[in-house]
Design a protein around this ligand. Structure first.
Ligand SMILES: [Zn+2]
Length: 392
């Protein structure tokens, strides 16, 4: 058996984070996973998701790279189908996805560097999801404080500082003031946005801070003993702000006002709404009282309404039953057609037998306890009226 000599995969993404395609040789295969002599595909690590992309084979076929992982010195690519060892491949990374990761990751560095130096805290968690990036710090930070950092970070971005990578010797590293999430061994890669952040990091970054475009912090809330920030960078920040602008614009059109006036107009309309609702309830109460008085002393009462909702029907039934001796039945139409909600009340009596018969005759469901029952009937108004008239 031949002893295979595996060389470590050359990490082209460290040589140049902007390499979008490259030639390589497949050096090892395991199922639908393959290892190359060199790759520009970034493997998941340091909170940055793996690159995706395609592999072009010499026979013209193109297959998908769906995941990438680092194992020891080798980078393993998960492929949509297996490839043989020894062949030449041409890899193309999904640049839109990668550049988005570079924007999120680089923006996170600048924000975290500024927060950790302003508040003397540590970054204790980082998650780059498909939507928002979340960052956790071990100190309390208010939203207003986060907004001040956002202003500083955007200023830094627009000043277009050049990004630097350092590979310090252990002696140089000992002298260096840098952020790190864990104890580091071996060669340490230091990622630096001069004046904003120096951090041990294995991810890919933009070459100039200006490429981040902008950062937008959307929330700072208490998380364990510290704070969780939600952050959008670059294109995601633009998409997020556009989505919110469009939503506010739609509200402004509905309110016939300008975008910056929507909160004031909504506030005014809400207080008007609250007053109207109270007025409506007071009027309804007055009306129900008059209705109840007009029925006072009657034995049984049947009301079928096409305008009341179920709550109103129940309230009216309750009021009427106080001044009637027999059964009070209030039906409110659920929708156009033959479905009604009922409230049946006979205070001091048991309505269950009455309701059971009514349900059986009129396609009803529901019931209750003691003097009160509610449910639905599936019958037309004529059917309901004729059923109740023959009860007499
Ligand atoms: Zn980084």
């Amino acid at each position: 058996m031949a002893v295979r000599h595996r060389e470590m995969t050359e990490k082209l993404y460290y040589k140049d984070a902007y390499i979008k395609d490259f030639d390589a040789v497949v050096t090892a295969v395991s199922g639908n996973k393959a290892c190359f002599d060199r790759t520009a595909f970034y493997p998941e690590g340091g909170g940055q998701p793996a690159d995706h992309g395609t592999l072009m084979l010499s026979d013209g076929r193109s297959i998908q790279v769906t995941d990438v992982h680092e194992q020891g010195d080798e980078i393993w690519h998960t492929l949509s189908e297996a490839v043989p060892e020894g062949i030449q491949v041409h890899g193309c990374i999904d640049w839109e996805r990668r550049f988005d990761h570079m924007q999120q990751h680089s923006g996170e560095h600048i924000v975290s560097g500024m927060i950790c130096s302003a508040f003397g805290c540590d970054n204790v968690g980082f998650h780059m999801g498909d939507d928002v990036v979340t960052i956790d710090y071990n100190t309390r930070i208010s939203y207003e404080q986060a907004q001040e950092i956002e202003r500083q970070a955007n200023r830094y971005i627009w000043e277009n500082h050049a990004f630097e990578v350092l590979w310090p010797t252990p002696e140089e590293l000992a002298e260096l003031d840098y952020r790190s999430k864990k104890e580091l061994t071996g060669d340490v890669r230091i990622a630096r946005f001069p004046g904003a952040d120096t951090c041990a990091c294995c991810g890919t970054h933009v070459a100039f801070s200006g490429e981040i475009g902008l950062v937008k912090l959307t929330s700072a809330h208490n998380f364990h003993e510290g704070t969780r920030l939600e952050l959008y960078c670059g294109r995601r920040a633009m998409d997020f702000l556009s989505m919110n602008y469009d939503a506010n614009k739609a509200v402004a059109v509905l309110l016939s006002t300008k975008e910056d006036k929507t909160p004031k107009v909504v506030e005014k309309q809400l207080s008007e709404y609250v007053k109207l609702k109270a007025d409506g309830l007071a009027m309804e109460d007055h009306f129900f009282k008059m209705w109840t008085e007009s029925l006072a002393g009657q034995e049984d009462v049947l009301i079928i309404s096409d305008w009341m909702n179920a709550d109103q029907g129940r309230r009216l039934a309750d009021m009427i039953s106080d001044s009637c001796k027999g059964f009070t039945v209030v039906l409110t139409q659920v929708s156009e057609g033959s479905s009604y909600r009922y409230s049946v009340i006979n205070k001091g009596a048991d309505v269950s037998a009455f309701v059971k018969e009514m349900n059986a005759a009129l396609g009803g469901r529901g019931g209750g306890k003691g003097g009160f029952a509610q449910g639905t009937l599936n019958a037309s108004e004529e059917e309901i009226r004729s059923y109740f008239s023959q009860l007499k």
